[in-house]
Design a protein around this ligand. Structure first.
Ligand code: FES
Length: 191
């Protein structure tokens, strides 16, 4: 006895097994979706730390700088001109940490506050020198001149010497050293 049925397009179906076919297809789709979701979850668990590792230098570069000791605040009690200091600081270059040293000057603002200036000339990056006999900073490269508080007086530099972020902590003067774009009228961080 024949159980098959004839459809309009001539395809013969099986009336007795149609329901079980639907259940089988539904079960297969369910397990397929479950495997797919499991694979996605495992991918996310494995991939997230890898993704973070790859992007770490980008995040690390965005961190604010570290504080470097300049010296005891009492070293700068005497107000008889800028004091030259060498500081050490750590920078991140990709996954590498680079320890650098730079020169800074500790001087006083017009209202007597301590301030720290970068010794890098804002014209083309030479090292500015304090000339005590002349009472001003002079850059040896193109003759840029600055007042004892770093303000531009003469020569090609397009702005004054760069002030750095400073703080006093536990009796010590500290600074956050940064590099800035040269030959620009405004202080802009070097990216
Ligand atoms: S680099 Fe200092 S004046 Fe040019």
């Amino acid at each position: 006895m024949k159980h098959g049925t004839q459809t309009n397009d001539g395809v013969e179906g099986c009336a007795g097994c149609a329901a079980s076919d639907v259940v089988d297809i539904g079960r297969r789709s369910f397990f397929g979706a479950l495997i797919g979701m499991g694979s996605m979850l495992i991918g996310a668990i494995v991939g997230t730390p890898l993704f973070r590792f790859v992007l770490y230098p980008v995040y690390a570069k965005g961190e604010s700088g570290s504080w470097s000791d300049v010296g005891s605040v009492h070293e700068f009690d005497k107000n008889d001109g800028p004091v030259s200091k060498t500081i050490t600081f750590t920078q991140r270059d990709g996954w590498r940490e680079v320890v650098s040293t730079e020169s800074v000057y500790v001087c006083r603002t017009g209202d007597g506050q301590l301030q720290v200036l970068s010794a890098i000339c804002p014209h083309l990056g030479c090292s500015v020198a304090w000339q005590a006999s002349q009472g001003k900073f002079v850059c040896p490269c193109h003759g840029g001149q600055f007042k004892p508080d770093g303000r531009h007086i003469a020569g090609p530099p397009p702005r004054s010497m760069d002030p750095l972020k400073a703080q006093v902590k536990d009796g010590k003067l500290q600074v956050q050293f940064e590099y800035f774009q040269t030959n620009q009228p405004h202080q802009e961080l070097l990216s």
